[in-house]
Design a protein around this ligand. Structure first.
Ligand code: PMP
Length: 352
């Protein structure tokens, strides 16, 4: 498949001269000997009086080492939501181009398409929540720039078959974005190992889930150097703030703790799955490879309200396609999960 980045990049982005910040023009800003009078900052030190590294080199160095990719194959954003938005802005011409998303899935692909005035062609997942590859390829036209695959998928929890993903990577001339926000909870390997294989493969990840840093907003995009350099042209100069970079580095260096938390979440998930099967009003428990589980119940609105009444907030997904009467439960700490299990079992016995 002949993929050419120039064929998919917006014309104005191709010709754009990016903003050059003070820190871009003199990069060695760690050099203690230099006097920095170039960025109109307040010179009095308080830890964050200087602009952050626009290329987040220290964070990228750790991610590159951990994931066996080059730092030049990484772009960081203010959450993966910003990364997704940058993909639209770099590659999709408003009112002309289109993207494909596969409901039921993460809602931001559709919202970002709307914000960017890009048509969102929706191709429903199959009954077992897998992409219908032939239908997707049928819907592709010359203006289709991106196909968004969320694997493991939110809200269904399953990941997509390798076969389907490879077929899309091999047959689609635009970008195949695989959103791996939940990959750390899955036994499946990340698609990162294939990034040198497919020039049209883009992988997004986040520190918001397994890494426990939703509050600092750090999203990651891995792709070919060609794709990353286009995104770098349009990203806001200081899109990842200094405090975020510092906290990310501390956390990324604490891999033992992260692993332990992931193990706990997975163990708890498996316990919850067993209990759910004992609950009479649960119609179906969908297989999950994420830190949540999708469950079909007799009456989602009723069960949602009952749980709220008991102080437990879950996500009601009943209005999503293929998700009628479905609830999504995020896995909490053991204490929270045991409370949830207790409430579900007691509701089942009509004790409460
Ligand atoms: N992708 C998926 C599939 C998600 O579920 C979420 C958050 N719910 C995100 C991306 C956004 O993550 P971030 O916090 O990095 O913006």
């Amino acid at each position: 498949m002949d993929f050419n980045i120039n064929d998919i990049t917006r014309e104005n982005v191709k010709t754009l001269k990016p903003y050059s910040s003070a820190r871009d023009e003199f990069e060695d800003f760690d050099t203690a000997k230099m006097i920095f009078l170039d960025a109109n900052e307040n010179p009095f030190q308080n830890g964050v009086n200087r602009y952050p590294d626009p290329q987040q080199n220290s964070v990228k160095a750790i991610l590159a080492r951990n994931n066996n990719v080059k730092a030049s194959q990484i772009l960081l954003g203010n959450g993966s939501d910003e990364v997704l938005d940058l993909l639209f802005r770099a590659f999709c011409e408003p009112k002309t181009d289109n993207i494909i998303s596969l409901p039921p899935t993460y809602g931001m692909y559709s919202v970002l398409a709307n914000i960017n005035a890009v048509e969102n062609r929706e191709v429903l997942l199959s009954a077992d929540f897998q992409p219908d590859v032939d239908k997707i390829l049928d819907v592709v036209d010359d203006h289709t720039k991106i196909i968004f695959l969320c694997s493991p998928n939110n809200p269904t929890g399953n990941s997509f078959s390798d076969e389907g993903v490879v077929k899309l990577l091999q047959n689609f001339k635009g970008l195949v974005v695989i959103d791996e926000a939940y990959i750390d909870f899955s036994d499946k390997e990340s698609w990162l190992t294939e990034i040198d294989e497919y020039p049209n493969l883009v992988i997004t990840q986040t520190l918001s889930k397994a890494y426990g840093l939703a509050g600092i907003r750090l999203g990651i995009c891995y792709a070919s150097e060609a794709v990353i350099s286009v995104l770098n042209k349009i990203k806001p100069p200081y899109n990842v703030n200094e405090l975020t970079q510092q906290r990310a580095i501390v956390r990324l260096n604490d891999s033992d703790k992260i692993k332990k938390e992931i193990v706990s979440i997975i163990e708890q998930r498996e316990e919850l799955l067993k209990v759910l099967l004992e609950v009479g009003f649960v119609v179906k428990v969908y297989p999950t490879e994420a830190n949540f589980v999708l469950v079909k119940v007799d009456d989602a609105n009723k069960r949602y309200d009952q749980l709220i009444e008991k102080g437990i907030v879950i996500r009601n997904r009943t209005t999503q396609p293929l998700c009628e009467n479905c609830l999504r439960f995020t896995i909490g700490i053991p204490e929270e999960n045991y409370k949830l299990m207790d409430v579900l079992l007691r509701l089942n016995k009509q004790e409460i």
